[in-house]
Design a protein around this ligand. Structure first.
Ligand code: CA2
Length: 153
């Protein structure tokens, strides 16, 4: 069985490709998710994608992933800057966590410069659009392969 990876997208990311293309690009969420599944399959990862506009639903998916997935890629949208509950859930997750943002949050409004999720994450990628998701999947595949070869680190 290939290692499972959960790609979580948070509030308003269902609007991708429909508004603000200058900031978030032309790709729709369906395009982004299909590319993640395809890249995962090339990398030997079983990728599942979920999007929600509701904090509690994102948290329920993080909890469920504890037993079943090797890594979570998360773009929590604006919850990154406001939520304490999502980072709490991520702190209880034992696998690899990559925080993602399509835009460069440091080049935008001051309220986007801090993410409560970053301190819980293994790595953070921002500003590369959908390419960031692809790079994150590649890094996860390489880390999992390395830890399979050297289980004690
Ligand atoms: O850059 C990112 O990926 C963000 O996580 C996107 C969030 C924003 O609140 C974060 O600061 C940075 C917003 C997602 C909203 O997505 C839309 C997409 C198309 C049209 C309108 C909103």
């Amino acid at each position: 069985m290939p290692p499972a990876v959960l790609v979580l997208n948070g509030p308003n990311l269902n609007l991708l490709g429909r508004r603000e293309p200058a900031v978030y690009g032309h790709e729709t969420l369906a395009d982004l998710e299909a590319a993640c599944v395809a890249a995962g399959s090339d990398l030997g990862l079983a990728v599942t994608c979920r999007q929600s506009n509701h904090e509690g639903e994102l948290i329920d998916w993080i909890h469920a992933a504890r037993e079943t997935t090797a890594a979570i890629l998360i773009n929590a949208g604006a919850y990154s800057h406001t939520s304490q509950a999502i980072p709490d859930a991520l702190r209880a997750y034992p696998g690899i966590i990559v925080e993602l943002h399509l835009s460069n949050i440091y080049a935008r409004e001051a309220f986007r410069h801090h993410s409560h999720i970053s301190a819980t994450a293994t790595a953070v990628i921002c500003g590369l659009g959908s390419q960031g998701y692809h790079l994150a999947l590649r890094a996860v595949a390489e880390r999992l392969a390395a830890s399979a070869q050297h289980p004690d680190g």
